[in-house]
Design a protein around this ligand. Structure first.
Ligand code: ZN
Length: 121
């Protein structure tokens, strides 16, 4: 199901499928007829990768001013992982889901508290 998802431009299937929501309730969901990705229909739409690039640079400024370091290499690794895991796909990932993933990935590379990261998302 995940094959080529990051390069897929996504096109809604003509029919919807019954799929469980995060709370377990079944609802009709559109999905992509090319790669099978399920469209996120929650109200908090996902943000494009550029949004998180911005967040990282704001976080970098903040950390730099406090004598910590967030290098270009770390930033690249964070963004690569975020994208590779499919979180930049705004068709299927909600903003809240992206935020959770972003915080988790950033913390793998930088020793900084969750609250600080959230301040910059
Ligand atoms: Zn698709």
């Amino acid at each position: 199901m995940k094959i080529n998802m990051e390069y897929c431009l996504h096109e809604n299937s003509p029919k919807k499928d019954w799929l469980p929501m995060k709370n377990g309730v079944l609802r009709l969901h559109p999905h992509c007829k090319k790669c099978g990705a399920v469209k996120d229909t929650s109200s908090d739409a996902g943000k494009k990768l550029g949004y998180f690039v911005n967040s990282l640079y704001k976080l970098k400024l903040y950390l730099d001013s406090r004598g910590y370091k967030l290098s270009q290499a770390q930033i690249r690794l964070i963004l690569m992982e975020f994208e590779k895991e499919g979180y930049a796909d705004i068709y299927s990932v909600s903003f809240s889901h992206q935020k959770e993933a972003f915080v988790k990935i950033v913390r793998k590379y930088v020793k900084v508290s969750e609250d600080v990261i959230r301040d910059f998302i």
